[in-house]
Design a protein around this ligand. Structure first.
Ligand SMILES: Nc1ncnc2c1ncn2[C@@H]1O[C@H](COP(=O)(O)OP(=O)(O)OP(=O)(O)O)[C@@H](O)[C@H]1O
Ligand SMILES: [Mg+2]
Length: 286
């Protein structure tokens, strides 16, 4: 049984305005990392807000663990979810450590040790520093840390690595993978195809409030993309390159071409998730 099932969810910010999210359907298995990939304004954060009970369910249904989630979920629901926000909202006057300790008190169940969590996100040395004096990336890590204080079994992450340096982004990704291995179900939004590809078991492409495709990154590529080969060859002392597909005529052409030219390098590659996204939606990810 799916951990989260979303059926025909539609949401409009304005009564008679165009919906921000339209007839969205998907399900997420327990322990799965499910990604929402789409450009700015696609409806990612809105969907996350509805799932997490921040925005009301105007139309459609959400099932958690097979049970219909009420339009106004209670404490038992909030106790089990972790919520990472797009823009980290930390309490500036408190230290990082006190922010986490305060947040932990809001929950009924067992909570994490704040210092251990700060250690995990690389903020141990700044634990006693006022959060208002943290850099942007540090605030973001503190917000991320806060979202896991109540040991959520459903974890919502909105652009968890955006704007972080590669090293820090990697350690955040490592924490996400570790939580998954502890059976946490994770809903993650991003407009970064590398994040989607690296972390997500399955990805939904979303554009203008609608889901266009849902599958594993690998299947999306197999289904909608094509393998290609780039040949670098030399002619009269100058290096050129040429690209070939690997099906039908192009394959034969490629074989003939390498027989007839002074080939220097051959690289084969699969299409990127962004190329597939553009092919399916006519839009880029930015
Ligand atoms: N509070 C709001 N009031 C009115 N319209 C809103 C509000 N929040 C979002 N919208 C609109 O809803 C649509 C979806 O926005 P949403 O924030 O869900 O997009 P997103 O995919 O998360 O984008 P981004 O990648 O920029 O975070 C957009 O057209 C946006 O302008
Ligand atoms: Mg967003």
């Amino acid at each position: 049984m799916a951990m989260i099932e979303v059926k025909q969810v539609t949401y409009s910010y304005k009564k008679d305005g165009a919906p921000a999210v339209k007839n969205v359907n998907f399900s997420i298995e327990k322990g799965e990392i499910f990604g929402f990939l789409g450009p700015s304004g696609a409806g990612k954060s809105t969907t996350q807000g509805i799932l997490a009970g921040l925005l009301e369910i105007q139309q459609g249904e959400i099932f958690i663990d097979g049970a219909l989630r009420s339009a106004h979920p209670g404490k038992e629901f909030f106790n089990r979810i972790g919520m990472g926000f797009e823009i980290p909202n930390v309490y500036k006057k408190l230290s990082g450590l006190d922010n986490l300790n305060f947040h932990a008190k809001l929950y009924d169940g067992e909570t994490e040790d704040a210092m251990e969590v700060l250690e995990m996100v690389g903020l141990a040395d700044d634990a006693k520093k006022r959060a208002g004096a943290y850099s942007k990336g540090m605030k973001q890590r503190l917000g991320f840390a806060r979202s896991l204080m109540n040991k959520p079994d459903i974890w919502f992450l909105d652009e968890p690595t955006m704007g972080l340096d590669p090293g820090t982004a990697n350690s955040i990704k490592g924490i996400i993978k570790r939580k998954q291995s502890e059976a946490t179900t994770i809903f993650l939004t991003t407009h970064n195809m590398f994040v989607a590809e690296e972390l997500c078991d399955r990805v939904a492409f979303i554009v203008d409030g609608s889901i266009v495709a849902v599958d594993t990154p690998k299947n999306l590529k197999l289904k909608y993309g094509k393998m290609r080969v780039v040949v670098e060859y030399e002619q009269k002392g100058v290096l050129f390159s040429k690209e070939f597909g690997l099906s039908g005529d192009e394959k034969a052409e490629f074989q003939r071409f390498i027989g007839e030219h002074e080939v220097k390098t051959v690289h084969s590659g699969e299409p990127s998730l962004e190329e597939i996204f553009i092919k399916l939606t006519g839009r880029g990810l930015e």
